[in-house]
Design a protein around this ligand. Structure first.
Ligand code: AVJ
Ligand code: FE
Length: 435
């Protein structure tokens, strides 16, 4: 098989895996559930489905393929910038059968276009970028649909094996020595615009938690009055805590005996003490860190802990090396429906010994979502550029609901600091003066 044929096969596999997952997420509920609004923060599932097809049509059928539009008339309906999520149920959307037919029709054309694509030449096609971008886009919406499932009420419809159990105790924190490292990438062919270009960053020494903060530790913060103590919260965080009446992470429930439970995908289960806390906002993470006498890591600190190899001075693609994740490295790809206990992925450890950076939970960082020096929007401003400016906080590492195609050591996610329907947790860091 030639290199181009191997690339074609990898792109086809990524597109197929994304579609299989979109089908899983949309075939397990009835029409009513597909078109309903499960939260004003989310689109109806049927909007995500047709939007996936519409992006694929715009970039692969029309742009790369140079073909005639399949449905130009629906572009406006599925433009995320025209209609806020809360207004989408009222739009004259394709119904579930029409949406399924549409995405299948687009995909048929894409197979033909992929067959004939040079995968060289202009940047959009080089190394199959546009096809990989569309696979990542579908997987990102699949994770969003998974979050919609988590908000949906009713009995469980999704199933998955439980995550692996911890195999070893992990030390509390890892010391990262002062010095320069390479952040971002200029060479990863499927990296998105905001991950580029590679640039050198100098950091003072710091210490970072070996693993994400667990439910057990978070419960100590809660029991110690964490949600009532003004001094632990930032000004904006406290204002939000009050107006939103935050008392605990989303989906936590306390029973009459004072025990905490967690509702996930239609099932109520005892809170697993040793697993990463999930469904907390940036503001809650920040308050916890202050309570613990620590702080959130910056985005650069997170990436150095994940990628920098002190033996070679290089930055790796993933904590464990340059190779793609398999099921021993990280809890990714909706293989499980919850984060794994701390210590469950020793094979995923970084060169510095930091664990579970990839998978389990997205991790809030203290950094605003901003462009790297030398950033240039590609292929469209609305992927990243319109979100720069400081309203959004960066999250790193991916969750149990993130597919490997949309996750790597350089991958940047972002959201508003009040959001907690995403699969987000965090780890803490601290300064190490005099190192
Ligand atoms: C990168 C996850 C913040 O879902 O809003 C999907 C990804 N961009 N369609 C989002 C995205 C366009 C984006 N996030
Ligand atoms: Fe989108």
């Amino acid at each position: 098989m030639s290199e181009t044929e191997a690339l074609r096969a990898r792109l086809a596999a990524a597109l197929t895996r994304a579609r299989d997952r979109s089908v899983v997420l949309t075939e397990c509920v009835d029409e009513q559930d597909l078109t309903a609004q499960h939260s004003p923060l989310m689109s109806p599932l049927v909007w995500d489905l047709a939007h996936i097809g519409n992006q694929e049509e715009l970039w692969l059928v029309r742009d790369v393929g140079g073909r005639e539009p399949v449905r130009r008339d629906i572009d406006e309906l599925y433009d995320a910038f025209r209609h806020p999520r809360s207004t989408r149920p009222a739009l004259p959307l394709l119904d579930p059968a029409q949406a399924r037919g549409y995405v299948a029709q687009v995909r048929e054309k894409v197979w033909d276009i992929l067959d004939g694509a040079s995968l060289q030449g202009r940047p959009l096609e080089r190394d199959g970028f546009a096809f990989a971008m569309i696979a990542q886009h579908e997987q990102q919406h699949d994770e969003t649909m998974l979050a919609t499932h988590q908000l949906r009420s009713g009995p469980a419809v999704l199933t998955a094996a439980p995550p692996p159990r911890p195999v070893a105790e992990v030390p509390t924190e890892v010391l990262v020595p002062a010095g320069e490292f390479t952040m971002g990438t200029s060479t990863d062919p499927w990296a998105l615009d905001n991950e580029r270009p590679a640039h050198r960053v100098v950091l003072p020494a710091f210490a970072i938690d070996t693993a994400p903060v667990t439910n057990g530790r978070y419960l100590e913060f809660l029991a110690d009055g964490g949600y009532r103590r003004r001094e632990l919260w930032s000004e904006r965080g406290w204002a939000h805590r009050q107006s939103a009446s935050l008392e605990a992470p989303q989906f936590w429930e306390c029973d009459g005996a004072g025990n905490w439970w967690r509702r996930a995908f239609g099932t109520l289960a005892p809170l697993p003490a040793d697993s990463p806390v999930v469904h907390v906002s940036y503001f809650e993470a920040q308050a916890y860190a202050r309570w613990a006498g620590r702080r959130l890591p910056t985005e650069a600190e997170w990436e150095k802990a994940a990628r920098w190899d002190p033996r070679t001075g290089r930055s790796r693609r993933f904590p464990w090396g340059d190779g793609e994740p398999d099921e021993t490295h990280a809890n990714l790809g909706q293989r499980h429906l919850e984060p794994a206990g701390v210590g469950a992925y020793p094979a995923g450890r970084s060169a510095l010994g930091v664990e579970q950076l990839i998978g389990d939970v997205w991790e809030w960082t203290s950094s605003d979502f901003l462009p790297y020096p030398g950033f240039s929007a590609f292929p469209y401003r609305e992927y990243s550029e319109v979100f720069f400016g400081g309203d959004y906080k960066v999250l790193r590492g991916g969750s149990f609901g993130t597919d490997p195609v949309a996750c790597r050591g350089t991958f940047r996610n972002w959201d508003l600091p009040v959001r907690r329907q995403i699969f987000a947790g965090f780890r803490c860091a601290r300064d190490v003066p005099g190192e």
